[in-house]
Design a protein around this ligand. Structure first.
Ligand SMILES: NC(=O)c1ccc[n+]([C@@H]2O[C@H](COP(=O)([O-])OP(=O)(O)OC[C@H]3O[C@@H](n4cnc5c(N)ncnc54)[C@H](O)[C@@H]3O)[C@@H](O)[C@H]2O)c1
Length: 341
């Protein structure tokens, strides 16, 4: 098989991490084109690869020398760029959220199925070492029946939300902390525990003088179909490094993951187990865990195309995450009413 020729669309913050994934597979993939509406950004990234520069994503997609399109655009452009890539018969790696609505997300998914190209969502959550170990622990049954699952994703987006570009603009991003961080937690819960049953959501906007139009804090809680309660919190106003936390409480033990803690993953056997036990195979790496999960996500997609097999991330689970986000916004808009998912 020839090397997969990659075109990256969107040369912003996340682009160098995707690029690093391709760079680690020099025999399988090669970045040949970069597009950004800001030509200077595209040129800067392209210089690393000697890649062609585009400022119009449709022109990059039409390039016959591009086999795989990697879409790293603001949320409102995911749908048109994804559909254009699939129409052109290109393999597609698409950043989260799949789209701004569940209907659009499913349309992308179905078109990819119909077209027969390789498609997935860049959901790095699936490649975070602590969650890979969590899956083994949960599936082994050692926690007993799961009663409560909590996630918390703290970040600080003060600068981005007050910028003049699309961050903080509802029509470009579809919302704030909920649609931006929600895909990770809702994908994680769907992957590890299955479907959601019902939820209620509360959102707020604390950065009121920043020009931001979107919520910078969100809380979503409810029931999973497996019978466990869940509680997911998202904030853009935390004065801590970007991190993630997962707590899984079962009838025979609990698992706590916190990327800022040392050790980051611990098992507790019962209420008298104050020490807990560190989960093997999960290193303390507060600066690297996110980066390496993105590199691994890109490498898995390239390998899946190369080997003609599905990647670890089922894009339908990422579409489902958008459905949960929609239900959460519906609840928040209607005064925290309980919404069936
Ligand atoms: N998996 C993760 O943990 C993670 C982290 C950050 C971002 N993301 C996702 O990645 C995507 C991009 O986020 P980012 O942080 O890189 O944003 P960013 O703002 O840094 O980059 C987006 C880029 O798109 C460019 N752009 C805007 N309109 C364009 C157009 N019409 N044509 C071509 N280029 C255009 C902008 O100039 C900008 O350089 C989003 O979907 C975001 O949710 C995922």
């Amino acid at each position: 098989m020839e090397k997969i020729r990659v075109g990256i669309v969107g040369a912003g913050l996340i682009a160098p991490m995707h690029a690093a994934g391709y760079q680690e597979m020099p025999d399988q993939a090669e970045v040949v084109a970069i597009c950004d509406s800001d030509e200077e950004k595209a040129r800067d990234q392209a210089a690393m690869f000697g890649a062609r520069v585009y400022t119009d994503f449709r022109a990059l997609i039409a390039d016959p020398q591009v086999d795989l399109v990697d879409v790293l655009l603001p949320h409102h452009l995911h749908y048109p760029a994804a559909i254009a890539a699939l129409d052109a018969g290109k393999h597609l790696l698409l950043e989260k959220p799949v789209a701004m609505t569940y209907r659009e997300a499913l349309e992308i998914y179905r078109k990819a199925q119909h077209t027969g190209v390789h498609f997935t969502v860049a959901e790095n959550t699936r490649y975070v070492k602590a969650y890979i170990e969590a899956e083994k622990i949960i599936r082994s049954g050692q926690l007993g029946e799961i009663t409560l699952v909590r996630t918390f994703l703290p970040a600080n987006e003060r600068v981005r939300l007050s910028s003049d570009d699309f961050w903080g603009k509802r029509r470009h991003m579809g919302g704030g902390a909920l649609i931006d961080s929600g895909p990770h937690s809702f994908y994680l819960l769907k992957w590890l525990f299955g479907d959601f049953r019902e939820l209620a959501a509360y959102t707020s906007r604390l950065y009121r003088d920043s020009g931001s139009e979107v919520e910078d804090n969100a809380d979503v809680r409810g029931m999973l179909a497996c019978g466990a309660e869940f509680h997911c919190g998202f904030t853009f106003t935390a004065e801590v490094p970007h991190s993630e936390r997962l707590e899984v409480y079962g009838t025979q033990g609990s698992l706590i993951i916190d990327q800022l803690a040392l050790p980051p993953a611990k098992l507790y056997a019962d209420p008298a187990d104050f020490d807990g036990v560190a989960v093997e195979g999960v290193e303390y790496d507060p600066m690297g865990w996110h980066y390496f999960s993105i590199v691994d996500e890109v490498k898995d997609f390239v390998t899946s195309v190369w080997e003609d097999r599905p990647p670890a991330v089922d894009p339908l689970d990422c579409c489902y995450a958008v459905r949960v986000i929609e239900a959460a916004y519906e609840s928040a808009r209607s005064g925290h009413r309980i919404v069936t998912v």
